[in-house]
Design a protein. Structure first.
Length: 274
């Protein structure tokens, strides 16, 4: 049953680990074609939100809808089927180093083919064409048959993006995708994620520690602090006052002074942290 036009909708999500409350009452949504940056200091709960959405952990409370389907209560085959629409991207790329780039991209097709074909890795001609097109989309067609572990970090992350493109996911969940990359590779990867979102209508939720990159590449920012959302605003709303509220006075990271001075302050979207 479709409950929302949003690709991702999270209502009042909560997750604790023992007595540690990692996430307490988070609500947010991401629409089709929207690139949302998830910001917040270390330990604020960003990865826990990703793990609850992808159901690597089960939330304690709240509802998570992906592509109109409630996923926080799903189990077994129905959960595996719904995971096909979620493309996951991690800081450490999560590729199989000894396999070629195209074989890693084809792994994105495993959820869409039968079990026997998956075990035998018997991909169809269409699957291979899809994988090559995805590698072409990220500018790595010429590296298709090169071992993944012989590629640079930025190239490996682009292979990971090609994998979620070939998967034909409706949402990309990217947890600190540029944390291991140099500035040029980071910009390249975020530019790709943004253009894939805008051109293919895929929703992107991407956690970042670099607020300057969020300003440049995101459409909207959601910021967390102590497990709660403290800002949900268009990127123009991320001004100096907001950054201080999120990170305190010792922050923000990697924001040039001129950018702060130029940033318009949109107070309306500020949510006071309880
Ligand atoms: N499996 C776990 N067991 C115990 N505590 C956990 C577990 N996972 C996360 N936490 C705790 O939950 C809180 C939120 O962690 P989380 O990894 O979600 O934060 P984060 O915002 O992603 O941090 P970072 O930016 O450093 O990756 C932290 O205090 C963390 O120590």
């Amino acid at each position: 049953m479709s409950v929302s036009p949003q690709v991702l909708r999270i209502d009042d999500l909560a997750k604790s680990f023992g007595t540690m409350r990692a996430v307490g009452g988070v609500s947010l949504s991401v629409g089709p074609g929207e690139f949302v940056a998830l910001l917040g200091p270390s330990g604020s709960g960003k990865s826990t939100v990703f793990r609850c959405v992808s159901r690597l952990v089960r939330p304690d409370a709240g509802c998570v809808y992906v592509d109109g389907q409630r996923v926080d209560t799903l189990e077994g085959r129905r959960l595996r089927r719904q995971r096909r629409v979620m493309g996951l991207i991690f800081q450490q790329f999560n590729l199989i180093g000894r396999l070629s780039a195209i074989d890693n991209v084809l792994a994105g097709r495993l959820g869409s083919i039968g079990t026997l074909r998956a075990v035998l890795r018997a991909f169809s001609r269409e699957d291979r064409q899809l994988a090559l097109a995805a590698l072409d989309r990220v500018g790595l067609l010429d590296k298709a048959y090169q071992r993944a572990d012989s590629l640079s970090g930025g190239q490996q992350q682009r292979v990971a993006i090609a994998r979620v493109v070939a998967q034909q996911s409706r949402i990309i969940l990217a947890d600190e995708p540029v944390a291991s990359l140099d500035p040029a590779a980071a910009e390249n990867v975020l530019g790709l994620l943004r253009s894939i979102a805008h051109e293919q209508g895929i929703a992107v939720l991407c956690s970042l520690h670099q607020t300057d990159l969020a300003r440049r590449f995101a459409d909207r920012v959601v910021a967390m602090k102590n497990g709660c959302v403290v800002l949900d605003a268009p990127v123009a709303g991320l001004g100096k006052e907001e950054l201080t509220a999120i990170y305190g006075n010792g922050s923000p990271s990697a924001v040039p002074a001129f950018a702060l001075a130029a940033a318009p302050v949109v107070k309306a979207a500020m949510i006071q942290h309880a």
